[in-house]
Design a protein around this ligand. Structure first.
Ligand SMILES: Nc1ncnc2c1ncn2[C@@H]1O[C@H](COP(=O)(O)OP(=O)(O)OP(=O)(O)O)[C@@H](O)[C@H]1O
Ligand SMILES: [Mg+2]
Length: 1137
């Protein structure tokens, strides 16, 4: 039964006060001091951790330490806050019990640090992963933000929490954090406008001024110098060991991690700056005619800057500092504010602004750290609330703070001392009562709904008539006079009439932690927490998203005449909720103790520690623990937890749980004095017994795990074996089949080989026999052939001999015949030569005779005949040659063969002309009617313009399209199309030349058989319609421009507006078409086309001369028209190359 734990061995002093011998206040303090001197700051009272503030950093919060305490039993290692955090976390994770960590102690005792240690430990040991780490990081980083805005330097603590904080961390079933919820309690907002001597305003103001960049400060209209701001106390602006600038960077970084947007951070800083500016606004009195004083803002610069920061109209805020509007049910009454009231209003606004900003920050953080998953979660609450405070001057805030501490003490008493003792009685365990002080009576003095101090303060605040702090004190003096914890100089029982330590304007309460003297001044105001409606309305009107949110009551649409609950009531309600919440959770206590008042390490001021030990009720706590039992558990869970330690109860116990536990304890041979059986629980006296049970359970669990592992492994191996066996059968079957197949194939191929050899051998044998037979046959044949051959050759030789003889005879005969024939041939040739010579000589002789006779006839006739014959032959040859070298049928083919003789010139040219005309006729014969019309148009154009206008040559190759705009198809011109009832012959965009400046305006030019129309290019609206009979003539220049003037008949209806001077890229086509219509219309005379470089155009009344000049290179490549004077428009036409 020997359990070795380091809590009990090698310990400095005693690690658990329950084990202290002898137990007295002195030995208690001595033990604390001894441990404190050896840097052992943690000591247990059972499961409660006492934490002494070391005021220096100790090497006991390292990651190694976290590992050391991780998953270890509470009593296994020396006392540490990590042990408590581990115990709480494990029972949350493994036993599904919601936990709360209650950290109490006076200001500066180390509560906030302890809460951070608990959170960082839990963060280190719980699950990991990207998402989980992000949640952890956000939870941890919420601290620097809240500390910057909610903590301040006080005389007791350089980083004193000026608000209460309760944080619920939510976990999933695996123990991974999901998120959290922070509740904040009453920020000490009076600090914003005034700080006691030696104290500072909230950290954030100093951090902003020291740490923000010059640029940021400029934007916020701030200066770095603290002394420029009335709201910042200067005597302790710089705090030792506190680097405001670095902290500012930390806070900004933390805000970013928590999830604040950049514009949200900017808004928050603007509000902080606005509070500082607000403090600098000062007022002066201004007398009114009715004799009263009215306040006026002294120097409006700060007011202006503040209004600019918050987007408030300066006049609205200025008015709110001078007037106050009181709204009754149907009336609105406006009264002026004097200077004091204006200052009061200013401070109230600053306090409200700041405290609402703080509340907004908390809700914004909550939004970020809210658990995303909707699954059921387990909760660990960490409560870090302001510590008990006794100052020289204690006001409403201290009263509230101390009330809260009273309530916490109450819950501690409830859950530890009283609950414990009552439980023993309830369970029927023999027990001697331990006396302890129950502070319920003090709580009642403060919070009782009928005659509690808070109720009376509310009553006073709501009462009509003059209400002052004094009337409130009078009321207390009457109602609480008899209360044993209430003291006042003028209380009705006059007990304290002569007590000079008790001023007239004060009352004193004997708190559980000591007597505190409260000055009543400001109680009523602070409880009322009034902000004039004009101010909240001014704030609501601000053009600043955050401010608007902070002052919803300023919305004139939501005027609520009901008073909001007082500050005291609000606090009482939220503390009540907190207490109910805490009661539903399993509590874990950390009792913080402050070793000295100097914030110094290594100093242990006994009187101070003794005072804290007394009021925290630690001695009673130890006594109750010692007298009682260290551990208790209901029979069912106890049996469930330890039943594996006994064969009779494992694995199932069929009887009642209590009997099972009895059997179990008997089996384990636990000495009877170590435990008691209650009605529903077993009580274990000594922690060692519990360790013994736990250790046995751990071993047993290991054995069970080994057994389960063994069976599982056996099952796994067997299944694997069976599977392998089955597989092996399959594999071997497959293998055998394969082997047999292979063998069969081998035998088969061997058989084939043997067979083939045998067959080969047999075949060869047969072959040999056959070959032999064949050879024999061949031999016979050969022999007979030889025999026949010999005979034949012999016969041949005989025949050859005969033939040779015959041949010699015939050769000799032939030779003889040849010689005879050649001799005859020579003779015949000689004869023929002689005959030819005779004939030639005869012919010459005859010729000579004939020529001599006919010479005279030849000269008269034969020459002419020969000439005619020769000419005839030449012509014949010429025509035949022409026929074979005719050119192609294309009318544009200019080729024609060259003439062979000069005398053929005329014929040659005429033939060429006739041929050309003939092929043109053939070409024309192929034309359709449309093409014919086109060529006719072209022909007409040529007649009008050829050699008259320089533009003409370039138009020859361009086909005349007529409708360039596709009027009938284009939906854009649908309207225009419907306005024209004739067929459109030509549609094009032309420029209508403005007489005033010579510039052109684009117009649609439509030509039909009856009229010319000009329409707007964009809208298609018809601007002018001229019937063709009204057109007298058209004038164009000789040059390459597209200008033309439509001249109208004088006196015609269209002539009223004057002639049209237009320009078009298709000028040749337009004029030709116009001319053609004139030519075809029976009722009209031919249209005149004037081609000249100067012509007159009638514009309304005036005649203007349009003159065309050949432009130099200056004009560039475009035609330009300029007005020279009233009567002259000059058109410069670029020289065509
Ligand atoms: N465990 C610790 N190790 C080192 N220093 C500590 C520790 N606990 C507290 N301190 C020191 O004591 C100072 C005050 O501690 P802390 O702010 O936690 O007090 P508190 O109980 O929260 O006071 P208050 O009620 O005023 O908020 C800390 O700023 C720190 O310097
Ligand atoms: Mg604190």
């Amino acid at each position: 039964m020997e359990v070795k734990t380091s809590l009990l061995d090698n310990m400095i002093g005693v690690g658990d006060m329950v084990l202290l011998e002898p137990l007295s206040e002195d030995s208690f303090l001595e033990n604390l001091r001894k441990r404190f001197d050896h840097s052992e700051i943690y000591t247990y009272i059972g499961s409660v951790v006492i934490s002494m503030n070391p005021y220096r950093s100790l090497p006991i919060f390292t990651p190694d330490k976290v590992e050391e305490y991780r998953n270890r039993n509470f009593y296994e290692l020396s006392p540490h806050i990590y042990a408590l955090a581990d115990e709480a976390y494990r029972s949350l994770r493994d036993q599904d019990k919601d936990q709360c960590i209650l950290i109490t102690g006076e200001s500066g005792a180390g509560k906030t640090e302890a809460s951070k240690l608990v959170m960082s430990y839990v963060a280190a040991v719980c699950g990991k992963g990207q998402e989980v780490n992000k949640v952890k990081e956000q939870l941890l980083q919420s601290n620097p933000v809240l500390e910057a805005f909610g903590n301040a330097k006080t005389v007791r603590n350089d980083n004193s929490s000026r608000f209460g904080k309760y944080m619920d961390i939510e976990f999933d079933f695996k123990g991974d954090p999901l998120g959290g919820v922070i509740s904040n309690y009453l920020l000490e907002k009076s600090r914003v406008v005034k700080q006691p001597r030696g104290e500072r305003n909230f950290h954030v103001f100093y951090q902003l001024l020291s740490g923000a960049s010059d640029d940021t400060l400029k934007k916020l209209k701030l200066e770095r110098d603290f002394s420029k701001y009335n709201y910042l106390s200067l005597d302790s602006a710089a705090v030792n060991g506190l680097d405001d600038a670095a902290n500012f960077r930390t806070v900004r970084n933390a805000m970013q991690i928590v999830g604040f947007m950049e514009d949200e951070v900017q808004s928050v800083l603007e509000l902080v700056a606005a509070v500082l500016k607000l403090g600098n606004i000062e007022f002066k009195p201004e007398s009114r005619c009715n004799g009263t004083d009215e306040s006026r803002v002294k120097d409006k610069n700060d007011l202006k800057e503040m209004c600019e920061l918050l987007g408030i109209e300066q006049s609205v805020l200025e008015r709110a500092f001078s007037y106050r509007t009181v709204e009754a049910k149907l009336e609105k009454v406006s009264t002026t504010l004097n200077v004091a009231q204006a200052y009061y209003a200013r401070d109230a606004l600053a306090k409200n602004l700041y405290s609402r900003l703080f509340t907004w920050l908390v809700s914004r953080i909550n939004e970020s750290i809210k658990a995303q998953a909707k699954t059921r979660h387990k909760v660990m609450g960490v409560l870090d609330i302001y510590g008990f405070e006794i100052f020289e001057d204690n006001s409403f805030e201290q009263f509230i703070i101390n009330y809260c501490n009273e309530k916490l003490q109450q819950i501690f008493i409830e859950l530890t001392l009283r609950e414990e003792q009552e439980e023993y009685v309830r369970e029927g365990i023999e027990w001697t009562n331990i006396e302890y002080f129950n502070n319920a009576i003090i709580c009642d003095l403060i919070e009782n709904n009928q005659n509690g101090i808070l109720a009376m303060l509310d009553e006073e605040c709501l009462r009509p008539g003059t209400v002052t702090d004094e009337t409130f004190l009078d009321k207390l003096n009457t109602i609480c006079a008899e209360h044993q914890h209430f003291e006042s100089r003028l209380s009705k029982n006059s007990k304290f009439l002569t007590d000079h330590s008790l001023p007239h304007s004060c009352f004193r309460i004997q708190h559980y932690a000591g007597k505190v003297l409260y000055r009543v001044e400001g109680f009523v105001d602070k409880n009322n927490d009034l902000l004039y409606r004009d101010l909240s309305q001014a704030m609501y009107k601000a053009n600043h998203s955050l401010i608007k949110q902070l002052f919803p009551e300023g919305n004139p649409a939501k005027v609520n005449l009901k008073r909001p609950p007082t500050a005291g009531t609000q606090f009482k309600t939220s503390v009540g909720t907190l207490m109910r919440n805490l009661q539903t959770k399993n509590p874990n206590y950390i009792r913080c103790i402050k070793p000295n008042d100097k914030k110094a390490s290594h100093i242990f001021t006994e009187s101070l520690v003794c005072h804290q030990v007394r009021y925290l009720g630690l001695m009673e706590n130890v006594r109750v623990r010692r007298a009682g039992y260290a551990f208790r558990q209901a029979y069912e869970p106890c049996l469930e937890r330890y039943k594996m330690l006994c064969k009779k109860t494992w694995p199932h116990w069929r009887g009642p749980a209590r009997e099972g536990v009895e059997v179990l304890m008997a089996d384990l041979q636990v000495p009877a004095e170590e435990f008691s059986y209650g009605r529903s629980k077993i009580f274990i006296r000594n922690p060692r017994t519990l360790f013994f049970l736990e250790e046995r359970r751990r071993q047993c669990l290991q054995d069970l795990a080994a057994l389960i592992q063994k069976i599982y492994r056996g099952w796994k191996c067997r299944s694997r074996f069976l599977l392998m066996k089955k597989s092996q059968v399959v594999v071997s079957a497959w293998y055998r089949r394969y082997a047999q197949q292979k063998k069969y194939k081998q035998v088969k191929s061997a058989t084939t080989v043997v067979q083939s050899y045998t067959r080969g051998w047999q075949a060869r044998k047969l072959l040999r026999e056959l070959k032999y037979q064949k050879r024999c046959e061949e031999a016979v044949t050969t022999i007979s052939a030889f025999w026949h051959g010999t005979q034949a050759r012999r016969e041949l030789r005989q025949l050859k001999e005969e033939a040779r003889n015959k041949h010699a005879v015939s050769v000799i005969w032939a030779g003889w015949q040849g010689t005879k024939a050649r001799r005859e041939l020579r003779r015949l040739k000689e004869e023929a030569r002689r005959k030819h010579a005779v004939a030639v000589i005869w012919a010459f002789w005859q010729g000579l005779k004939v020529r001599r006779e006919y010479r005279k006839f030849f000269r008269a006739n034969a020459g002419k005949k020969i000439y005619e014959f020769t000419i005839q032959r030449i012509m014949q040859k010429y025509f035949l040659g022409l026929k074979s070298s005719m050119p192609s049928m294309s009318p544009i083919d200019r080729k024609w063969p060259a003439r062979p003789y000069r005398f053929l010139d005329g014929v040659h040219t005429e033939l060429r002309r006739i041929f050309h005309l003939w092929r043109c006729k053939k070409y024309r014969g192929q034309f359709t009617e449309e093409r014919k019309a086109v060529y006719e148009e072209k022909l007409e154009a040529s007649e009008i313009f050829k050699d008259k206008k320089a533009l003409y040559p370039s138009s020859v190759s361009q086909p005349f399209k007529g409708d360039y705009l596709e009027i009938s198809k284009n939906p854009k011109y649908q309207k225009l199309n419907s306005a024209v009832d004739e067929k459109v012959l030509l549609a094009d965009v032309v420029n209508k030349i403005n007489r005033a400046n010579g510039k052109g305006t684009a117009r649609i030019f439509l030509l039909t058989k009856k009229s010319v129309l000009l329409a707007d290019q964009k809208t298609g609206q018809v601007k002018a319609s001229v019937p063709l009979p009204d057109v007298a003539s058209v004038s164009v220049s000789t040059q390459s421009d597209g200008f033309f003037a439509l001249k109208l008949k004088e006196g015609s209806a269209s002539a009223v507006k004057g002639d049209f001077l237009l320009s078009s890229e298709h000028l040749i086509e337009i004029i030709t078409k116009l001319h053609r219509i004139g030519a075809t219309a029976a009722d009209r005379e031919q249209l005149n086309v004037d081609i000249s470089d100067e012509f007159l155009v009638q514009f309304k009344q005036d005649k203007v001369c349009v003159k065309f000049i050949q432009g130099g290179p200056k004009n560039g490549s475009s035609v330009s028209c300029k007005r020279k004077n009233n009567r002259l428009l000059e058109v410069s036409v670029p020289t065509t190359a």
